[in-house]
Ligand binder design. Structure first.
Ligand SMILES: [Zn+2]
Ligand SMILES: [Zn+2]
Length: 251
């Protein structure tokens, strides 16, 4: 059984594609597909099947020296017998609509990359467009080449064009605009910035919802505002302003 020359443990909340990318750079491979090929979990499709279909991650566990259960916890398998009229998957044990997870492109927080050097899985949730730790927008496009940030890159923090995202100026936003991301971080028990200005009013009905119903409610409102009602289509909508309006409505 082969093991990668260099391995590092998974970080709290780290995404599996992000971890594979981190191992890619650590071991001087030119593409994450080198590691997924070795592990027998090819990522030829836009949506990597190993992220959505229960598969055998034993080889990847051996390569990375991480328990297979830890790797499996970071995949998004379908939740069976769910009553929602769309496909529901498990996101770190929390049911969510499969359409709120983006697989083909990535978002990043430059300040988080600078501080922790790994990619948070929470950035791959469509409604999460801000970082509640750094009160900034997540980057979807590289400031250097303007291309969408892809998982099929060589380095974790540096674009294929050479731009190091850790040196990118963060787009600071109003603290009220991180409420939705703050709520999501709290539900997932991820770090947040302790600041009462970003907390929702205690009587806000959204506070009682789980992740599945929170996203369904917020995307429904976004859909109404944008003039469409299909919340399962996976279309990107910047719901920051709507969430601000919605989450701040009862204050
Ligand atoms: Zn951040
Ligand atoms: Zn670039």
């Amino acid at each position: 059984m082969i093991k990668l020359l260099k391995t590092e443990p998974l970080q709290c909340g780290e995404s599996l594609p992000g971890y594979i990318l981190r191992l890619t750079e650590l071991n001087y491979y030119d593409r994450p597909s080198r590691i997924t090929s070795l592990a027998g979990v090819p990522i030829a499709t836009t949506t990597p099947s190993f992220m959505t279909t229960p598969g055998d991650l034993t080889l990847l566990a051996t390569l990375s020296d991480v328990p297979v259960e830890e790797l499996q916890r970071r995949t998004y398998p379908a939740v069976q017998r769910h009553k929602m009229p769309f496909r529901v998957v498990s996101f770190f044990g929390h049911p969510v609509s499969h359409s709120v997870i983006t697989y083909d492109s990535a978002k990043i927080c430059p300040a988080c990359l600078q501080e922790i050097g790994c990619c948070h899985a929470v950035w791959d949730l469509l409604p999460v467009t801000t970082c509640p730790v750094h009160t900034c927008l997540l980057l979807r496009h590289c400031p250097g080449c303007r291309k969408r940030i892809s998982w099929k890159r060589t380095k974790l923090c540096v674009c294929d064009c050479g731009f190091d995202w850790r040196n990118s100026a963060v787009s600071l936003i109003d603290q009220r605009e991180i409420k939705l991301a703050q709520l999501v971080h709290q539900l997932l028990q991820l770090p947040v910035r302790a600041n009462s200005a970003t907390a929702c009013a205690n009587d806000n009905p959204l506070l009682s919802l789980d992740l599945l119903h929170l996203f369904t409610a917020v995307l429904f409102i976004a859909g109404q505002n944008e003039g469409f009602t299909d919340i399962t289509g996976g279309t990107y909508v910047d719901i920051r302003q709507l969430a601000l309006q919605f989450l701040g409505s009862s204050e």
